[in-house]
Write a protein that binds this ligand. Sequence first.
Ligand code: FRU
Length: 479
Amino acid sequence: MNQQDLIEKANQEVERNREKVESDPYRLKFHLMPPVGLLNDPNGFIQYKGVYHLFYQWNPFETAHGSKFWGHYTSKDLVNWEHEPIALAPSEWFEKNGCYSGSAIEHDGKMVLFYTGNVKSEEGERETYQCMAVSSDGFTFEKMGPVIHLPEGYTAHFRDPKVWKREDTWYMVLGAQDLNEQGKVVLYSSQNLTDWEFHGDITGSDLNGLGPFGYMWECPDLFELDGKDILLVSPQGLEPEGDLYHNLFQAGYFVGELDYEKPSYQHGAFAELDRGFDFYAPQTTIDEKGRRLLFAWMGMTDDYEKYQPTIENGWIHAMTLPRVLSIKGEKVIQQPVEELKPLRKNEVAYENVQVNTEIVTLDKIHGKTMEMLIDGMSYHSDSFEITFRGAASFFYSAKDNKMSLHRKNFKDGRVESRHCQIYGIKKLHVFLDTSSIEIFVNDGEEVFTARFYPSTKNESISFKAERNLQFNIKKWDLA
Ligand code: FRU
């Protein structure tokens, strides 16, 4: 089908489902979602001519994965977003099974997208093409077709171009799988954005002392933060190790140094970016204020995906809140963007709340959507727990120096947990939307992100301690 017909068909799907989708009590209030169908990775995140553009992987026709489109949102402030006409539809031979993930850059006043054309041949064989599309307004794109073909030594799991400029040269990282089925990140460079020189692997499974580290690495993103070169990447195929790697796929980072001359990338250990259940394929951009901003897909392609209750209302998945990155030692810190603050309404506050072994609720702290700031915490060497709408809870044990997020799983409601080591909690910053939770611990030192589906009537927030917990709390409605 040609691009115009595909777009028309997708628009009709949006219209046909609008009422059903919007009637869903789990529709989020301050997160980006697809108007219908399935959303996954953030793509093409850029501030272009002053406006933030966020594209996303979108299957408008099903609440399952398939031939992806690039949906498109724009915003002047990262908080109020407009849904724009579809940017890319999978209409051409080199992308017929999906305009897969990629990135955006600005060059000579134009917005240029790089994305992966996913193709499945008649025989079911996968093909992959790294494609380019150009726009002079950021809304309508001219497809230029493939600029990179699969090099020797890799399977067709070769995708998700992220492009940036350094001095006069353009660079691109891609996620890849080599012929031994090891996940890799490869590097290209270019002077003109159309001719790309291949430089091989810069890191990956069985490289740089990592040992076996996954069969495929998706969605790499390489950028400088405070003089260090950070590589974000989403490896597939890591086995759980203690408290680590319990989601089906991981999303994390390395801190290191990219030697552009060789090129080679020396780095430290892999660290997960998020400790919750739903965080994948993060992508960053640098904005006009010089901030390194991140969005991630607040979802996961696992066996539980198909049990998400929003499916019966015709949609699935969302983006995380936008976050700002900074670096502290070897650790990447994530904080919600300050633009969210003007959304705060109806502040309520309690000082010196005392919680003992009895479950405590606070008169003014309840609701379905809110921002909460809990600080001045003291708990001696005991544990405490905060339960959100009866369906998710945050637990900390000072004895074990461990925090946990529990939620009911989507399939049968059984409780599942994620854990993370931490030496003391001073502050919790919580964003609760109708069916999501993001907890920033100690000013973003760790973050737990998850979807959860409380009973729509339950608005309770409750506290409990092993012996004694003391804290100050502020809460805002978010409007
Ligand atoms: C990550 C990913 C990417 C791919 C896209 C397809 O979630 O698998 O590697 O480009 O999703 O939607």
